[in-house]
Design a protein around this ligand. Structure first.
Ligand SMILES: Cc1cc2nc3c(=O)[nH]c(=O)nc-3n(C[C@H](O)[C@H](O)[C@H](O)COP(=O)(O)OP(=O)(O)OC[C@H]3O[C@@H](n4cnc5c(N)ncnc54)[C@H](O)[C@@H]3O)c2cc1C
Length: 461
C-alpha cells in the first residue's frame, strides 16, 4: 500500500491494529475511520456516554483521505453564495460562522488532548496566478460584505509575492482564520481520544456485506456487527452504495512534497506558514511543513468507471508529473529542489462541492455524510455534530441544519458519467493550460467546462 508522507511519519502508530473477529452488537456502527467517522463517534459519546459506538475501517484510521490531504483547515466562507442559495441568509451565516469558529476550536481540542498535529493558524491566501483567475473571489467577498462580515482581506501585490515566495501570484485575498495541520497526526490523535472515550475501533476490517434491516448487519471477513443505527462515513467509497452512487463522484487529488528546504523558504520569504491556493477549477493548493518542506497539491480530477476506487487513486505517475509541473511553474526559482514524496487520494465530489447529509431512502436508521469535495479537514468536525444528532434522533440546530436532506443535483448514470466526465475533465484541463499561457481557450473547451461540478470556492470568473 502506497502511503502519504504524513502517514509515513506516523508509521509506528499504524501497527497497533485490532481487526473484527466474531460477532459484536452496538447502538451505532460507523463505517469509515476518517475524520468524519471519528468526530461523529466522539460527539455521540459526548452527548450520550451510554451509547455504544463501533467504527469499522477497512484499512487503518487515516488510510483514506484523512491521512493524505493537504492539511488545509478551512471554513465554508468560500462557499457562501452556494450556502445562501441553498438554505437562506440566516442559516448560511450560521453555518459559515460555525465553520470559522470551528478552526480555533479544533486547535484548542488538539491542545486539550495532547494531539501534536502541527496546528498553525496562519491564514489562507486565495490567489490568482493567471489573468483569467484575477478577481475570482470578488462575488464571495462582496456577499460577505453585504452580510456585514469582514472575511477576505485584499493583500497588496508586492506583499503577496513576498508572503507566498513567488511573483507568480498576481493578486489575492487572505482569510485569516484558516490553519494548517499535519493531517495524519490529527486523525491518529482523534483515534486515540475516541478509544479513550470508549469507542470500539476495528481496523483492517472492510464491510463487505450490508443488510439494512432493523437492526442492521454489517459483515466483515471475520465477523459481523449488529447495530440499531448506522452512519456511513466512508467518503469516496460510499459511491458503492447504490442510493449514493449519483450523489458523489470520486476524483483524484495529488500531492508532491519537496525535500526539507528551510533556508530556501527563508530566502524566498515564505516563512509565515500561509496556506495558498490559485483559482483554477483543478486547483493548485500548497503549504509549508514544520520541517521546511513544500507540500504542493493539485485537484488532478481523474475518475474511474463505476466510481471504483483502484490503486491509481493511491499513486499515479502521470498525475504526479502534472502536479510537479504546476509546482515548477509556480516556483521556477526552486527548479533545483528535489521532490521526495508523491501520492494521490480520492475526493468525494458533490455537484455543488458542499456535503450532503441524510438517511437512505426507506432506511431511517441509516445515515450518511458525504460530498466533502476537498474541504473536509475542518468542516468534518461540524459534520460529526450533524451525524451524531441524526444518529441519536435529536431535534436540534445540527439535525435540522440546511445541509441535511437537501435537494441536490446528481451526476448522470453510467456510462454517461464516465465518458462525459472524461470529456469535461479534459476540456477543463485544456482550458486552464491555455489560460496559464495567457491564450484564449477554444470555445468548445469553454462550453464543455461549464458542465464541470462547482469548485472549492464560489468563483466569479
Ligand atoms: C490528496 C487530497 C488532498 C486533500 N486536501 C484537503 C485539504 O487540504 N483540506 C481539506 O479540508 N480537505 C482536503 N481533502 C479532503 C479531506 O481529506 C476529506 O474531506 C476529509 O479527510 C474527510 O474525510 P472522511 O472521513 O470523509 O473520509 P476518509 O478519510 O476517506 O475516511 C473514509 C474511510 O472509510 C474507509 N472505508 C472505505 N470503504 C470501507 C468499507 N467498505 N468498510 C470499512 N471502511 C471503509 C476508508 O478506508 C477510509 O479510511 C483532500 C483529500 C485528498 C485525497
Amino acid at each position: 500500500m502506497h502511503r502519504s508522507m504524513w502517514l509515513k511519519e506516523v508509521s509506528d502508530d499504524l501497527k497497533q491494529i485490532t481487526a473484527l473477529s466474531g460477532d459484536v452488537s452496538c447502538d451505532v456502527a460507523i463505517v469509515g475511520g476518517g475524520f468524519v467517522g471519528l468526530w461523529t463517534a466522539l460527539r455521540i459519546r459526548e452527548l450520550d456516554p451510554g451509547c455504544s459506538v463501533v467504527i469499522l475501517e477497512r484499512d487503518v484510521c487515516g488510510g483514506g483521505a484523512s491521512g493524505r490531504n493537504g492539511g488545509f483547515v478551512m471554513s465554508w466562507w468560500p462557499k457562501i453564495s452556494s450556502l445562501v442559495a441553498l438554505c437562506g441568509v440566516a442559516e448560511a451565516l450560521r453555518l459559515a460562522q460555525a465553520s470559522q469558529a470551528n478552526i480555533a476550536e479544533l486547535g484548542a481540542f488538539c491542545a486539550e488532548h495532547g494531539i501534536d498535529a502541527h496546528f498553525r493558524q496562519s491564514g489562507w491566501l486565495w490567489t490568482a496566478t493567471t489573468d483569467a483567475q484575477r478577481g475570482a473571489w470578488k462575488g464571495v467577498k462582496a456577499l460577505c460584505a453585504r452580510m456585514g462580515q469582514d472575511v477576505f482581506n485584499t493583500v497588496a501585490t508586492d506583499d503577496l509575492a513576498r508572503r507566498s515566495g513567488s511573483p507568480k501570484h498576481l493578486e489575492g485575498v487572505m482569510e485569516a482564520s484558516n490553519a494548517t495541520v499535519q493531517p495524519a497526526r490529527l486523525v491518529r490523535g482523534l483515534r486515540r481520544v475516541a478509544i479513550q472515550s470508549g469507542v470500539k475501533i476495528f481496523e483492517n476490517t472492510p464491510v463487505i456485506r450490508f443488510q439494512r434491516g432493523v437492526p442492521a448487519r454489517l459483515s466483515a471477513p471475520a465477523g459481523c456487527v449488529t447495530a440499531r443505527r448506522v452512519v456511513l462515513a466512508h467518503n469516496a467509497w460510499a459511491a458503492e452504495i447504490p442510493e449514493l452512487r449519483r450523489t458523489i463522484l470520486p476524483v483524484t487529488s495529488t500531492i508532491v512534497a519537496t525535500e526539507p528546504i528551510p533556508e530556501r523558504l527563508q530566502a524566498i520569504g515564505w516563512t509565515g506558514g500561509e496556506a495558498i491556493t490559485d483559482s483554477q477549477l483543478m486547483v493548485d493548493y500548497y503549504r509549508t511543513t514544520r520541517d521546511g518542506r513544500i507540500a504542493f497539491g493539485k485537484g488532478t480530477g481523474m475518475i474511474s468507471f463505476s466510481s471504483k476506487i483502484g490503486p491509481r487513486y493511491d499513486q499515479d505517475v502521470a498525475l504526479n508529473r502534472v502536479t510537479e509541473a504546476d509546482f515548477r511553474t509556480t516556483y521556477p526559482h526552486l527548479a533545483d529542489v528535489r521532490i521526495e514524496h508523491s501520492w494521490s487520494g480520492p475526493v468525494d465530489r458533490s455537484y455543488d462541492s458542499l456535503p450532503v447529509f441524510g438517511h437512505l431512502p426507506n432506511a431511517p436508521h441509516i445515515f450518511y455524510g458525504v460530498g466533502w469535495s476537498g474541504n473536509g479537514v475542518g468542516p468534518s468536525r461540524l459534520g460529526g455534530r450533524i451525524l451524531a444528532s441524526l444518529a441519536l434522533g435529536l431535534d436540534d440546530e445540527w439535525s435540522r441544519c440546511g445541509l441535511v436532506n437537501r435537494k441536490i443535483k446528481t451526476f448522470p448514470p453510467e456510462p454517461a458519467r464516465y465518458l462525459g466526465g472524461i470529456m469535461v475533465r479534459n476540456a477543463v484541463r485544456r482550458k486552464e493550460v491555455a489560460e496559464a499561457h495567457n491564450q484564449t481557450p477554444a470555445w468548445l473547451d469553454r462550453a464543455l467546462s461549464r458542465f464541470a461540478p462547482s469548485g472549492l470556492e464560489d468563483k466569479s470568473t
